[in-house]
Design a protein around this ligand. Structure first.
Ligand code: NAD
Length: 348
């Protein structure tokens, strides 16, 4: 497992980022963010002072290749020697594109629980098709988690982003690459996140709960980074990339259905997940938690149509994934149909 340096404390985006940049010997960094994160990115830029040569607030979800190209050109014209990505998975995705295509060392300041900062996985979208790959060059050298940046995250996004993190750990638990160490990290990550979500939903400004959620995101993202993705991530990828469904919400809806599909083939993973959730029925516990916190419960709610189901199943079943249970077109269709309607997950 390649490692990043990690700092996690309130205020770290301002107090720790300059030191992390200096430690890496960087003299001219470009700060990137999404348009809605521009203000936070400007704050980090101000803390960096003259070491920051620009703020580029143009990140978009799934890293369209033209957005990446533009950032690469800008970085070259500014003579940037490093990148600080401030934001969710989309901003970090743009930072990874700069690391991949311009060779810039990356620092990440995550503001969601997507966990991208802990993985060597990059993504680029061209002509509506998202390609992903692994390259240690895109793994951030330093990750600075600042709970203060997340207190304004709407509860809805906090919950779905938290479920995105839990999905990383859950799928890691039945990945062929899982190890005893990763099992511990996955269980602890799920426990931390599932404990933090009700607390931050009740009190969004609770810095301790926000810190715990970031700690959970760190662990769950690390598990994703060290294991192979299975059917769950494959389906989320297809539904986001080809049908435009929102990323974190899609993960949230899908997870209980994919887990139910796997339950007979991956009993140890389900047992560990149940232990982390304090229940013998992890699928039911996740559904209950999501329902209680007001998360969406069906793919239909997210904009998928009945007519999309066949094509989505074909796309998802057509690519080999490492998975404990055979991924058949019929099986995927069943998972998608149940998730589309939001009905009780079946272990069929
Ligand atoms: P995102 O980065 O697109 O952010 C979603 C929205 O939330 C944006 O409008 C953003 O401005 C806003 N936002 C972010 N942080 C906020 C905060 N603290 N307060 C208020 N608003 C905030 O969404 P995401 O779910 O973090 O990331 C999704 C993207 O990341 C997808 O493209 C996905 O494929 C990618 N991803 C990649 C990996 C990987 O390992 N490569 C892992 C997870 C996700």
């Amino acid at each position: 497992m390649p490692g990043s340096r990690v700092v996690l404390r309130p205020g770290a985006s301002l107090s720790a980022v300059p030191g992390e940049v200096e430690r890496l010997g960087l003299k001219r960094v470009l700060v990137v963010s999404g348009p809605r994160g521009a203000e936070v990115a400007e704050g980090v830029a101000r803390a960096l002072g003259p070491v920051c040569v620009g703020v580029h607030a143009q990140a978009r979800m799934h890293v369209p290749v033209e957005v990446a190209e533009h950032a690469v050109q800008l970085a070259a014209s500014l003579g940037a020697d490093g990148c600080v990505a401030v934001g969710g998975g989309s901003a970090i995705g743009l930072g990874k594109a700069l690391a991949l295509r311009a060779g810039l060392p990356l620092l990440a300041v995550p503001t969601t629980y997507s966990g991208s900062e802990m993985t060597p996985v990059w993504g680029l979208t061209a002509d509506g098709v998202k390609r992903t790959g692994r390259d240690t060059a895109v793994l951030p050298r330093s990750v600075v988690y600042d709970p203060e940046l997340t207190v304004g995250m709407p509860v809805g996004l906090s919950v779905t982003s938290g479920m995105n993190a839990i999905a990383h750990a859950a799928e890691g638990l039945y990945s062929p690459g899982v190890s005893p160490l990763l099992q511990l990290m996955a269980e602890e990550g799920v426990r931390a996140m599932a404990g933090a979500l009700p607390e931050l939903a009740a009190e969004p400004g609770d810095l301790a709960a926000r810190g715990q959620a970031l700690y959970g995101a760190w662990l769950c993202g690390s598990v994703l980074g060290a294991t192979a993705m299975g059917l769950h991530h494959r389906l989320a990828h297809v539904l986001g990339g080809s049908f435009g469904l929102p990323h974190a919400e899609t993960h949230t809806v899908l997870l209980p259905y994919v887990l139910a599909y796997n339950s007979s083939a991956a009993p140890d993973a389900l047992r560990r997940l149940g232990r982390a959730l304090g229940s013998q029925d992890p699928v039911g516990a996740l559904r209950e938690l999501c329902g209680r916190l007001g998360a969406p419960g069906s793919l239909g709610e997210l904009g998928l149509t009945e007519g999309d189901l066949g094509r989505a199943a074909e796309l998802a079943a057509g690519t080999a994934v490492s998975h404990p249970r055979e991924v058949t077109a019929d099986g995927v269709r069943g998972v998608l149909r149940d998730a589309f309607e939001g009905r009780e997950p079946q272990g069929r």
